[in-house]
Design a binder for this molecule. Structure first.
Ligand code: NAD
Length: 357
């Protein structure tokens, strides 16, 4: 019976992965780690709480994490834990650096010290930076070129994980970069759940600037499937040539090649809830330093691991909207505790004091 240690398990993707894991491997022993920060919500694990052990801990605290590894002796580790909201990163970059960079290193170090069978570091498309309009996409060979506090902190974590890959060949460590996810259990501060929950409360959908920021969208269930595949893939040892060619490292980009602007997303959600976009979408001041475009090419994971996204965007977004419609208690509880979650950058300047976690 394999022991899985999943960090960030009370967040959006981590919780979806825990549900996916327990459904696909009912015998698995799951240790769910989260420090229940701003986006952490233990309710995301409520329906499976009897099937796992929950550890409230900070992944950047090496003593605390070493104690958890010692207690549970994980076979497989998936590190989803990160501070993830670009707007909040502008207000409090230090918290992002701690979780996303130091946390990534501490997790790799604990996996090295406790000789886990495989360790997967979950990263993001955003570490590649902004894609120029005349470029088709990023790949695993693209240089890291992050320019926001969130993505720069993730890129710092990625660099450390790459250093572990190269320096400790006995440690089986892998990494993924995924496109933007949508699906159930996403904190309603992010575009899609914010739009849905606003409309359900008779509020408009806020769209930053002209709404032409373009993103690469993937259903979270397809991401979870890809993560599980990468974690368990039989991979060859890292070749010496990987020192100058990152395409040869055990790094996989994950995408459904579904590029769409934020304005198009807002219109889809209005249509799903039968609202006239002309009346229900409002353009508001953009956040500082907002990346205009991301898109990655998943042909490596497709050809080497046989992964394909299974959810069509139109069906996936309709099912996602339906999930928020059917689970009002879930998001109403968050809003009652956290307050309104949209940002108004005309009032909240980048130098504003952090709301804290
Ligand atoms: N959401 C996306 O579209 C997307 C896309 C690609 C990659 N990712 C990556 O996937 C991972 C999960 O993203 P998400 O959208 O679920 O984020 P999320 O903010 O919903 O969840 C992150 C979770 O990590 C926890 N956490 C943060 N710092 C921690 C720390 N130091 N110790 C313990 N727990 C900590 C938070 O409390 C939260 O529960 C992140 O690494 C993110 O960079 C996200």
């Amino acid at each position: 019976m394999a022991v899985y240690l999943v960090t960030g398990a009370a967040g959006f993707i981590g919780a979806n992965y825990v549900h996916h894991l327990l459904a696909s491997e009912p015998d698995a022993r799951v240790v769910a780690v989260d420090y229940l920060g701003f986006a952490g919500n233990i309710a995301n694990l409520a329906s499976v709480s009897d099937l796992l052990v929950f550890e409230n801990a900070d992944i950047a605290d090496q003593d605390a994490m070493a104690a958890i590894y010692r207690r549970h002796r994980p076979d497989h580790v998936v590190n989803f834990a990160a501070e993830s909201h670009n707007d909040r990163a502008i207000l409090d970059p230090s918290a992002f650096m701690r979780s996303n960079a130091l946390g990534a290193q501490v997790m790799a170090e604990c996996s090295r010290l406790f000789s886990v069978r495989s360790h997967l570091h979950v990263s993001t498309i955003e570490v590649y930076g902004e894609l120029a309009d005349d470029r088709p996409y990023f790949t695993e060979r693209s240089p890291l070129n992050a320019k926001t506090p969130y993505s720069a902190a993730k890129a710092a974590g990625d660099q450390m994980v790459r250093a572990y890959m190269a320096t400790y060949p006995d440690l089986d460590i892998r990494m993924t970069h995924c496109a933007n996810n949508y699906g159930p259990y996403q904190m309603p501060e992010k575009l899609i759940p914010l739009a849905v929950t606003n409309l359900l409360r008779g509020r408009k959908v806020p769209v930053y600037g002209d709404g032409a920021q373009s993103r690469d969208w993937l259903h979270v269930a397809d991401h979870c499937d890809a993560v599980h595949r990468v974690l368990h893939a039989e991979l060859d040892p890292i070749p010496a040539a990987a020192g100058t060619d990152p395409g040869l490292l055990p790094i996989f980009d994950i995408s459904a090649r579904c590029e769409m602007t934020n304005l198009e997303i807002a219109r889809y959600i209005c249509a799903a809830l039968d609202r006239d976009p002309a009346e229900w979408i409002e353009h508001i001041p953009d956040r500082p330093n907002h990346d205009r475009r991301y898109l990655i090419e998943p042909s490596k994971i497709e050809s080497e691991l046989g992964w394909r996204p299974l959810r069509d965007f139109v069906e996936g977004i309709a099912a996602t909207v339906a999930w928020y419609v059917e689970n009002p208690c879930w998001w109403q509880q968050i809003i009652s505790v956290r307050g309104e979650l949209g940002f108004d950058w005309s009032r909240v300047g980048p130098s504003a004091v952090s709301p804290g976690r």
